[in-house]
Unconditional design. Structure first.
Length: 210
């Protein structure tokens, strides 16, 4: 029978009482400023995990960021249900397992564009629009044509939004011409969006009229 999950309780500790783990294997200096910016914008939403001696299990960067922001108390979770061996392993696993996740750059670009449309400073996310755009994998034109052929029975227009950087504008136009050569009518709408850092983004809207 599985051991019942212990209820997690968040406690507030004086920042000065929280001690870093002397053998912490992570180099955290580069992460302090982005985490501090995140805490300043969103609040301290992820507690520091400490052991019964107030030594950090996970959360060294959050402690450094809190110090940078001049915070006096921070939320903590006491890992008093873990053995010494489990705490050592958790320090490593908590950082390592996150590397198995990857970004869906297409969906990420949609989320960031929504934030831009809301006039939100996406720099707080530690991403910028150009960084995402350059990682979006181009659509295979043959696959796109097959998808469009499958849509012949649809009576309403199909709208597709394609986000691209200004540098890729000519490549996109070439792709649209290939689609047009298949007898598909495309209407283009070009819109420049001025971001806070005064750079221009690009949005193309493609319409197929059935």
């Amino acid at each position: 029978m599985n051991k019942p999950e212990k209820e997690i309780k968040i406690i507030y500790k004086d920042l000065a009482e929280i001690k870093p783990y002397k053998n912490n294997p992570r180099n955290n200096a580069a992460a302090v400023d982005p985490v501090a910016a995140s805490i300043k914008e969103f609040g301290f939403k992820v507690p520091i995990v400490i052991d019964e001696n107030d030594e950090i299990v996970t959360g060294h960067v959050r402690k450094l960021a809190a110090e940078k922001l001049g915070l006096k108390k921070v939320p903590c979770i006491m890992a008093d249900d873990l053995t010494e061996q489990q705490i050592k392993a958790f320090r490593i696993a908590d950082n390592k397992v996150a590397k198995h996740s990857t970004w869906d750059h297409y969906l990420l670009s949609i989320e960031l564009q929504d934030l831009i449309d809301m006039d939100f400073d996406i720099a707080v996310t530690d991403f910028d629009e150009e960084e995402v755009l350059k990682n979006i994998e181009p659509h295979n034109i043959e696959d796109l044509l097959k998808d469009l052929e499958m849509s012949e029975a649809v009576e309403k227009p199909i709208w597709v939004v394609v986000r691209t950087s200004n540098a890729n504008q000519e490549i996109l136009e070439t792709a649209l011409e290939i689609i047009e050569n298949q007898g598909i009518r495309i209407e283009r709408s070009y819109e420049k969006k001025i971001k806070r850092e005064k750079k221009s983004g690009t949005r193309w809207i493609i319409q197929r009229l059935i």
